[in-house]
Design a protein. Structure first.
Lengths: 582, 577
C-alpha cells in the first residue's frame, strides 16, 4: 500500500515508455527554446551597445544583430511550440492508457471489492485523480524542464558575462523562495480549514436542496437557512484569510524581483562608474532582463511542486486500485455448453467477512424446471444466495454445482449466461431503449427486440414516446418511471431466453395491474425453466414447487405453500400477518 | 443584475480602495524603468557619480516597498470584499431556493440548483476579487506603458500601437477558440467517468450478461475520443506562448531598428531605448492578464445569469397575508371539493375528486403508478395549488393557511426515505424542535424503530451520515416514519412509505399506529391492497380518475379496478377473510 516515491515514479515512467520519442522531443525542444530565449537579451544588449548616442550609432552592426535576433526568435518560437505540443501529447496519451488499464482492472475486480468501496471514490480516481496526473505531467513536467534549463542557462551566461553581478542575483533570489515557503505554509493550513468547511457547506446545501420537498413538508426551511448561514459565516472567516494569504505571494515575489532588479542596476552602475569589470549600458540591460528570467522559475517553483505533489497523490490512489487482486483467471477453464437446468448446493456456508458467517450448511437440490421461491424478512440472506449462484461471491465452504459443474471449475461468463436475472434495482445503460433491450444480445434484429418488448408489456409505453425505440435513456433515467425501467429490464431478459431465471423482487416497483400482465409473461417464460424467485408479495410465490423460508442466514423451513401452512410455523405467521385486521 | 449587485452594498468602500491601491502600485511599477534609465544615462554615461546612483537605488527600493504595501492592502480588501459578497449571495440563494415551491423545484431540478449554489456563486465571488485586483490594474499597465513610451518618444511609440493590438488579437483568437473546446473536453471526460459509474452501479448486470468485453470497447472508444479532443485543444493553446513571444520580440527588433536612427539623430538616449524595451516586456505580461480577464468575464456572466435565473423565479405558492387559522372543530378534518389538478397543460393528473374525511378516520389511497396518488397528497399539503376546486382543512381552504401552520398540522412520510446528516435525535426533532427524549422514544416505538436504535451504541446520539446512508433502507424508512410521528400531528400522511418493510413489520407498524394515533386523521397511500384493506375509506384512483370511494367490502363488490388489484395480490378466498 505504501508505495515509495521512487517506485511510484518508476511505475509512472512505465506508462510514459511507449511515448519516449515525445519525451525526447520535449527535452530537446525545451533545451533549444530556453537557449534561444536566453540568447535574445544578450543580442538585444549587444545591439543597444551600438546605439550609444547622437551620431554614435553603428547601423551596420545594429542590423547584423537584428538579423541574429530574428533567427533566434524564430528558433525560440518554433521550439516553444514543439515543447507544448509534445508534452500535451505525451500526457494525454499516457493518461489515456492509464484510464483504460484502470477501467479494465475495475471490470475484473471481484464484487467483494466493488460492493464494499464507495463508487464515488473509484469514479474520482478515474476522473479527477487521473486528470491531476495529466496536469502534473503536463505543466509540472514542462515547467520543471524549462525552469531547470533556464536557471542553469542564466547562471552560466551571467557568470561568464560578469561574475560580480551574477553573484548579486544569485544571493538575492533565494529570498523569494523563503517568502514563498513562508506564505505557502500559512496558506496551506487555512486552505485545509477552508476546504473542510466548504465541503460541509456544500454537503448540507446539496442535502437540503435534493430533499427540498421533505424540508418543506416539515417547514424546516428557516432552520436550514439558519444553519446554512452559520456554516457559511464560518467559511467566510477561513475563506478570506486563505484567499488573502495566498494572494500575498504574488506581490511578495514581485517585490523580491524588484529588489533583484534594483540591486543589479545599482551594482552594475557603480561598477561601470568605477570602471570595474568593463560594464556597459547594454550589458546592464542584458543583466536586468536576465535577472527577470532567472527569478521566474523560482517564483513558479511552489506551484510546480504542488502540481507534482497532487499528481503523485493521484497516481498513488490510481495504482492502489490497480494493485487490488482481480477475480481469478478463468480463461483455461471449460465452458458450460449445454445447461441442463439443475442446481445443487452441497453443505454451503458463506460469510461476507470471515468472522460473520451468514449462510450455514445449506443443502439444496433443484431439478430442471422447478420454481424455487425464497422468502423471509429483510436481511435474512435471500440476496446472498443469488450472489453465490451467479458466482459474484465465492462460497466460504461447501460446493455449488450448476448443470453438474462445480461453479468454480467453469468460465464465469458461461455460468452467468445460464441465468437470466431481473433485480429490484433497475439498471439501464446510457443509450437508446433499443440498445438497452438488446444489451444481452447485441445482434438481435428489430423484430426480436419488439417481440421481447411486447412480451414484457413494454411495447405500449415505448411506442408512446416521441422517438419510440430510439428514445435515449437519460443518465438518471428521469424520463422513465421506475416501473417502466423495470419493464425494460424484463424485456432485456425476454430477448436472451436463458435456461434459468433469477427474479429478485423483480416486480416490486411495478403497479399491480401491470404486474398481473408481467406475471403472465413470466409464467410463460418460466415454463420448463428452473427459476429462483425472491419476493415480498406472497401471492407471487404461492405457486412455487419449493419455498425456502430464510431467517438469519439459515433455511429454517422448506416445502410447498400448503405444506408450510400446515406446519403452522414461521411461514404461517409471515403469511397471515398480511391479512390480520388493523 | 441589480439583484446581484445588492450584496456589494456593504462593500462600497472596499470597491473604491482596493482598485485605488492597486493603481498606486501600478504607477510605482511604471516609474521604476524611468529611474533605471536615469541611472544609465546620468550615472554611467554622464558620470553623475556614486552618490547619485545610490540615491536612485534607494528611490527604486522605496518605490518597491511602498508598492508592496499598496498591493497587500489591495489584496486584503479584495479578499474580504469578495468572500463577503459570496457569503451573502450564497445565503440569499439558499434561502430563496428553500422558499420555492414544488413546481419551480421540478423545473430546475436539484442537481442544477446545487451547482448554482456552489460552483456558480464561487465563480462570481472569484470575479469580484479579480475585478478589484485586475480590472483597473491590467488595462492601466497596458495604457500606462504605452503613454510612458509616447512621452519618451512619440514616433517610436508607434511600434507599441502596432504590437499591442496584434498581441491582443492573437490572445483573443486563441482563447476564444479554445474555451468552447474546454467545455467539450469536460463533457467527454464526463462520458468517461459516466461509463465507469455505470459499470460500478450495474456491475451485476454487466457480468450477468457477460458483457465486460463490450463495456471495455465502449470505454476505450470514449477514452480515445477524449484524447483526440484534448490533443486538438492542446495543439491550439500551445500556440499562445510562442506567438506572443514572437510578436513582442519582433516589436523589440523594430524598436532597435528605428530607435537606432532616432538616437543617431539625437532625439533619444541609450537609456531611453532600454526603458522602451522594458515597457514592451511589461505590456506583454499585462496583456495576458487582460485576455484572462476577458475569459473570466465571459464565464462569470454565464454564472451570474444562472444565479439570477433562480433568484428571479418567484415561488408560485405563497402565504402572504394569511393569518393564523382557528380550526373549526365541527368541520371535516379534510375535504376535497371537486378538486382538479394538472402538472402542465396536458391532462389532469387528478380529475374531480370530492370526498370528506372526518376527524380520526383512516383513509386508504390505492392505484397504480401514475394514478394520481402522490398528487392527492401534494395538494393536501399545498405543495401545489389546485387547478380547480378547493382543498379544505378543518373547514378552511389550505390556501388561507400560513404555510408553517399548515405543514405543522400535518406530518408527511415520503416515499423515498431520506434522513439528514446529524444525529438520530436531530432528525427526530425536525417537526418539533423541543421534542423530549420521551416523545422521541414513543415515536420510535410506534414506528418499529426503537429496537434497532436501542441496539446502536450511542442510542439517540448515533450519527446519521448524509442521506442516512449508514442505515439500511428498511431502517431509514422506519426512522422517517418516527420523524413524522414526533409532535403528534393532527393529520398523518404515508406516501407509499412502507414499501421497504416486509409484511410482518408492515403489519406491526400499522397496528401500532392504529392504537396510538388518537383522533389523528391518517392517509395511507399504498400499492398493497392488504395495507389499506381495513381503512375507514378507500379512494381508488386510476390514471387520474376517481374510480371509487368506500370501504373494502363495498368497493370489492362495486369497483372493478379495485377488485382486480386485490385479486392480483391475494386469492379470492383470502379477500373474503
Amino acid at each position: 500500500m505504501n508505495m515509495s516515491t521512487k517506485e511510484l515514479v518508476k511505475r509512472l515512467l512505465k506508462y510514459v515508455r511507449p511515448y519516449r520519442f515525445l519525451l525526447f522531443v520535449a527535452v530537446i525542444s525545451s533545451f533549444i527554446s530556453v537557449a534561444a530565449s536566453l540568447l535574445t537579451p544578450v543580442l538585444i544588449g549587444d545591439a543597444i551597445d551600438f546605439i550609444v548616442g547622437k551620431d554614435n550609432v553603428d547601423f551596420s552592426q545594429v542590423i547584423r544583430y537584428i538579423g541574429y535576433l530574428g533567427i533566434t526568435i524564430a528558433f525560440a518560437t518554433i521550439f516553444q511550440w514543439l515543447l507544448s505540443w509534445s508534452t500535451n501529447k505525451l500526457s494525454f496519451s499516457t493518461v489515456k492508457d492509464m484510464r483504460e488499464d484502470l477501467f479494465n482492472h475495475i471490470d475484473r475486480l471481484p464484487l467483494k471489492y466493488i460492493d464494499s468501496h464507495a463508487h464515488g471514490d473509484l469514479i474520482t480516481r478515474m476522473g479527477n485523480d487521473i486528470e491531476q496526473i495529466s496536469t502534473g505531467l503536463l505543466q509540472g513536467f514542462s515547467q520543471l524542464l524549462n525552469g531547470v534549463f533556464t536557471i542553469l542557462g542564466t547562471l552560466v551566461v551571467m557568470f561568464i558575462v560578469n561574475w560580480i553581478l551574477a553573484l548579486v542575483v544569485v544571493l538575492i533570489t533565494p529570498v523569494s523562495l523563503f517568502v514563498a515557503a513562508f506564505i505557502a505554509k500559512h496558506t496551506h493550513d487555512m486552505f485545509i480549514k477552508q476546504a473542510t468547511v466548504q465541503g460541509k457547506l456544500s454537503g448540507f446545501g446539496e442535502e437540503m436542496i435534493s430533499n427540498a420537498k421533505v424540508v418543506q413538508a416539515f417547514s424546516y426551511g428557516d432552520d436550514a437557512d439558519k444553519y446554512y448561514a452559520e456554516v457559511n459565516q464560518e467559511l467566510y472567516n477561513y475563506g478570506y484569510k486563505a484567499q488573502f494569504y495566498s494572494a500575498m505571494s504574488n506581490p511578495c515575489t514581485r517585490f523580491v524581483n524588484g529588489l533583484v532588479y534594483a540591486a543589479v542596476g545599482i551594482t552594475g552602475a557603480l561598477l561601470a562608474v568605477n570602471g570595474i569589470g568593463s560594464v556597459s549600458a547594454g550589458l546592464l540591460s542584458t543583466f536586468l532582463m536576465y535577472s527577470n528570467q532567472y527569478t521566474k522559475p523560482f517564483n513558479e517553483i511552489t506551484g510546480v511542486i504542488t502540481e507534482l505533489q497532487t499528481a503523485m497523490a493521484g497516481a498513488r490512489r490510481v495504482f492502489a486500485v490497480l494493485d487490488e487482486p482481480t477475480e481469478s483467471d478463468d480463461s483455461l477453464l471449460p465452458e458450460i455448453k449445454e445447461c441442463d437446468g439443475t442446481v445443487r448446493l452441497d453443505d454451503v456456508s458463506f460469510g461476507y467477512t470471515q468472522d460473520k458467517i451468514l449462510l450455514q450448511h445449506i443443502n439444496l437440490a433443484v431439478e430442471n424446471g422447478q420454481k424455487i421461491a425464497i422468502v423471509g424478512p429483510t436481511g435474512c440472506g435471500k440476496t446472498t444466495l443469488i450472489n453465490l449462484l451467479m458466482r459474484y461471491y465465492d462460497v466460504t465452504d461447501g460446493k455449488i454445482l450448476v448443470s453438474s459443474h462445480p461453479v468454480t471449475d467453469v468460465k464465469r461468463d458461461s455460468l452467468r449466461k445460464c441465468f437470466g436475472m431481473v433485480l429490484q434495482e433497475t439498471w439501464l445503460t446510457g443509450g437508446t431503449i433499443k440498445e438497452n433491450i438488446a444489451y444481452g444480445k447485441r445482434d438481435a434484429t428489430d423484430d426480436e427486440i419488439i417481440a421481447a418488448a411486447k412480451a414484457a408489456n413494454a411495447h405500449g409505453f415505448i411506442t408512446k414516446m416521441s422517438k419510440g425505440y430510439d428514445t435515449v435513456v437519460s443518465e438518471g433515467g428521469d424520463n422513465l418511471s421506475q416501473g417502466q425501467r423495470q419493464l425494460l429490464c424484463i424485456a432485456r431478459i425476454m430477448l436472451t431466453h436463458p435456461p434459468m431465471l433469477i427474479l429478485d423482487e423483480a416486480t416490486s416497483s411495478i403497479d399491480t395491474r401491470t404486474e398481473i400482465k408481467i406475471q403472465k409473461a413470466f409464467g410463460t417464460m418460466m415454463e420448463g425453466r428452473t427459476s429462483f424467485i425472491v419476493a415480498h408479495r406472497l401471492s407471487t410465490i404461492k405457486e412455487a414447487d419449493l419455498i425456502l423460508v430464510m431467517n438469519d442466514g439459515n433455511i429454517i423451513e422448506q416445502g410447498t405453500h400448503d405444506e408450510l401452512l400446515a406446519k403452522k410455523g414461521f411461514y404461517y405467521n409471515l403469511y397471515n400477518s398480511q391479512f390480520a385486521p388493523v | 443584475m441589480k439583484r446581484l449587485a445588492i450584496h456589494l452594498k456593504n462593500y462600497k468602500a472596499h470597491l473604491v480602495w482596493g482598485p485605488f491601491f492597486k493603481l498606486l502600485e501600478a504607477i510605482f511599477e511604471l516609474i521604476v524603468p524611468l529611474v533605471m534609465a536615469q541611472v544609465i544615462d546620468e550615472g554611467i554615461n554622464n558620470n553623475a557619480g556614486t552618490g547619485y546612483i545610490l540615491s536612485r537605488g534607494f528611490l527604486i527600493l522605496a518605490l518597491g516597498v511602498v508598492g508592496l504595501c499598496c498591493a497587500l492592502i489591495c489584496q486584503y480588501v479584495a479578499s474580504k470584499c469578495s468572500q463577503g459578497y459570496g457569503t451573502l449571495l450564497r445565503n440569499d440563494l439558499f434561502s430563496h431556493v428553500n422558499k420555492l415551491s414544488y413546481k419551480e423545484l421540478d423545473k430546475f431540478g436539484a442537481a442544477t440548483l446545487v451547482n448554482r449554489l456552489t460552483a456558480d456563486v464561487n465563480q462570481m465571488q472569484n470575479f469580484v476579487a479579480m475585478m478589484i485586483r485586475l480590472f483597473i490594474r491590467a488595462p492601466f499597465l497596458v495604457i500606462g506603458a504605452a503613454v510612458m513610451a509616447m512621452i519618451i518618444n512619440f514616433k517610436l511609440a508607434l511600434v507599441f500601437l502596432a504590437a499591442a493590438p496584434l498581441i491582443a488579437l492573437v490572445l483573443y483568437i486563441i482563447m476564444s477558440r479554445t474555451v468552447p473546446h474546454y467545455k467539450t473536453v469536460q463533457k467527454k471526460l464526463d462520458t468517461v467517468t459516466g461509463i465507469t459509474r455505470e459499470n460500478l452501479s450495474g456491475v451485476r448486470v454487466v457480468r450477468a450478461f457477460a458483457n465486460q468485453d463490450y463495456e471495455r470497447t465502449r470505454f476505450k472508444a470514449a477514452a480515445e475520443d477524449l484524447t483526440r479532443t484534448s490533443n486538438t485543444v492542446g495543439a491550439i493553446s500551445a500556440l499562445l506562448n510562442p506567438l506572443t513571444f514572437a510578436i513582442i520580440n519582433v516589436a523589440i527588433l523594430a524598436i532597435l531598428y528605428f530607435g537606432g536612427g532616432i538616437v543617431n539623430d539625437g532625439e533619444m538616449t541609450q537609456g531611453e531605448i532600454i526603458a522602451f524595451v522594458n515597457y514592451m516586456t511589461q505590456i506583454s505580461l499585462a496583456l495576458v492578464v487582460v485576455a484572462n480577464m476577458v475569459i473570466l468575464i465571459t464565464k462569470s456572466s454565464a454564472s451570474a445569469s444562472r444565479v439570477l435565473e433562480v433568484l428571479d423565479t418567484q415561488p408560485s405558492i405563497t402565504d402572504e397575508g394569511n393569518t393564523q387559522v382557528v380550526p373549526d372543530d365541527d368541520a371535516p378534518a379534510v375535504s376535497f371539493d371537486h378538486v382538479c389538478f394538472g402538472y402542465g397543460d396536458g391532462e389532469y393528473a387528478l380529475d374531480s375528486l370530492t370526498v370528506d374525511v372526518r376527524r380520526g378516520e383512516t383513509v386508504g389511497v390505492i392505484g397504480g403508478t401514475g394514478s394520481g396518488k402522490s398528487t392527492l397528497i401534494n395538494l393536501l399539503g399545498r405543495f401545489y395549488d389546485v387547478s380547480e376546486g378547493s382543498v379544505r382543512l378543518f373547514g378552511t381552504d389550505v390556501r388561507k393557511y400560513p404555510l408553517e401552520q399548515l405543514r405543522t398540522t400535518m406530518a408527511y412520510v415520503p416515499q423515498k426515505a431520506v434522513l439528514a446528516s446529524g444525529t438520530i435525535r436531530s432528525n427526530m426533532q425536525w417537526a418539533k424542535k423541543d421534542a423530549t427524549d420521551e416523545e422521541i422514544w414513543r415515536a420510535l416505538e410506534i414506528a418499529q424503530a426503537a429496537d434497532f436504535v436501542r441496539g446502536k451504541k450511542k442510542g439517540l446520539d448515533e450519527i446519521v451520515e448524509r442521506d442516512g446512508r449508514n442505515f439500511s433502507g428498511g431502517q431509514r424508512q422506519r426512522l422517517t416514519i418516527a420523524r413524522a410521528l414526533v409532535g403528534s400531528p393532527k393529520i398523518l400522511v404515508f406516501d407509499d412509505s412502507s414499501s421497504a418493510l416486509d409484511f410482518a413489520t408492515d403489519y406491526a407498524l400499522r397496528k401500532a399506529i392504529a392504537e396510538s394515533k388518537g383522533d389523528a386523521t391518517v392517509f395511507w397511500v399504498s400499492q398493497r391492497a392488504t395495507s389499506i384493506k381495513n381503512a375507514d375509506k378507500i379512494i381508488v384512483l386510476d390514471e387520474g380518475e376517481v374510480k371509487g370511494i368506500g370501504t373494502h367490502e363495498e368497493l370489492f363488490d362495486s369497483c372493478e379496478v379495485y377488485r382486480e388489484i386485490c385479486l392480483s395480490q391475494v386469492s379470492k378466498e383470502e379477500n373474503a377473510r
